[in-house]
Write a protein that binds this ligand. Structure first.
Ligand SMILES: [Cu+2]
Length: 169
């Protein structure tokens, strides 16, 4: 009899543990850019879509560059079941890791771990415009940096032209 009681208690506990919290927690349904995807141009935002509305308090999203720099800028915007995180310039090509902490409707936090890869580095948008009439700076390091920026600008411009020229699907 004691054994039967123990088995009953154990089954009840198992039932509560397995059906209780799991049913109520938000789950990531999709991400834009898609988890595991690879693209040439850096996105300007990361959008997480969950299977149910999530809370706006306590939401934290980090988008880490291959070197570990967080490129997320500003607060994530929560609208029903989607969370939009603006991201700044992605000046490194490679894999970006998305680490999100989102609060489920029942108040419990969940964490999301996903990633995407960009094959072409972006360019810092707040870089000063290049003045073609400017005197070449005396510092050779500065010249190198400016030259690299110019090359990046050309690459990005080319990428935009190529993407625009592709016929619509
Ligand atoms: Cu919960």
């Amino acid at each position: 009899m004691r054994r039967l009681t123990a088995v009953l208690v154990a089954s009840l506990l198992a039932l509560v543990i397995s059906t209780g919290p799991a049913a109520a927690h938000a789950k990531l349904e999709s991400m834009t850019p898609a988890d595991g995807s690879s693209m040439p141009a850096p996105p300007t935002k990361v959008v997480l879509t969950f299977n149910e509305p999530v809370g706006s308090n306590g939401t934290q999203i980090q988008v880490k560059s291959p070197a570990g720099v967080n490129v997320a800028t500003g607060a994530p915007q929560v609208l029903d079941s989607t969370v939009t995180q603006p991201v700044g310039a992605m000046i490194e090509a490679g894999r970006y890791q998305v680490e999100a902490r989102v609060v489920s409707a029942d108040g419990h936090p969940i964490t999301v771990s996903a990633s995407f890869t960009i094959t072409h580095a972006g360019h810092a948008p707040d870089a000063p415009p290049v003045d073609p009439t400017a005197q070449p700076p005396s510092n050779s390091n500065t010249v190198t940096v400016v030259a690299m920026c110019l090359v990046m600008l050309v690459v990005v411009a080319l990428a935009i032209v190529i993407v625009r020229r592709r016929p619509a699907r």
